[in-house]
Design a binder for this molecule. Structure first.
Ligand code: PNS
Length: 167
């Protein structure tokens, strides 16, 4: 490194809908927090998706389950992810890949984001094997149909689901 140059902190954005956050998301956040100097968990404020949890509810759960990670911040965004990432000074978009079935969608998004903002790099990480079949959609469905979601979401999410969905 040349004299006078400073090391720029590596900032990554981990974007998503998090409706609700699962143990798979949390696993990825914990892995990402070890690699990047700062990790911004960015919740998409997307009004037309018919979500189960409101943005404030999802944000509260994200904050609660990441409070032990000092370099992790929770934020919300709308508009293009690349614009948000640029505004936040991030160099990396972090995404999780569970199975081959995720690949096509993730590849399309990563390449489109690269076209929109070539400076931004998408980094893929794999969650622990135990979470490779886990998704927010399945958690919502299983819970709504009376199945057990034990071990799939953090305890606070299970508690909030109980309040949200009468069974
Ligand atoms: O958890 P999800 O629903 O898989 O996350 C999808 C997300 C939020 C990463 C994606 O929908 C997104 O980036 N939305 C912001 C709008 C945008 O930038 N769209 C163009 C993507 S190429």
């Amino acid at each position: 490194m040349a004299a006078g140059e400073t090391i720029k902190p590596r900032v990554a954005i981990y974007p998503g809908s998090f409706d609700p956050i699962t143990n798979g998301h949390l696993d990825l956040i914990e892995r990402g927090a070890k690699i990047f100097d700062r990790l911004i968990v960015a919740l998409l404020r997307n009004p037309d998706k018919g979500p189960l949890f409101t943005i404030p509810e999802r944000e509260m759960m994200l904050r609660e389950v990441t409070k032990h990670l000092s370099n992790v911040e929770v934020d919300t965004f709308d508009g293009l992810l690349v614009d948000y990432a640029t505004r936040r000074g991030a160099q990396v978009i972090l995404r999780g890949i569970r199975a081959i079935s995720d690949y096509e969608y993730e590849l399309q998004m990563a390449l489109m984001n690269r076209k929109l903002e070539p400076q931004l790099e998408t980094v893929f990480m794999m969650p622990a094997e135990a979470y490779s079949y886990l998704s927010s959609r399945l958690v919502r469905e299983i819970f709504q149909l009376g199945g057990s979601i034990k071990g799939l979401v953090p305890p606070i999410v299970e508690e909030r689901l109980r309040h949200k969905v009468p069974r």
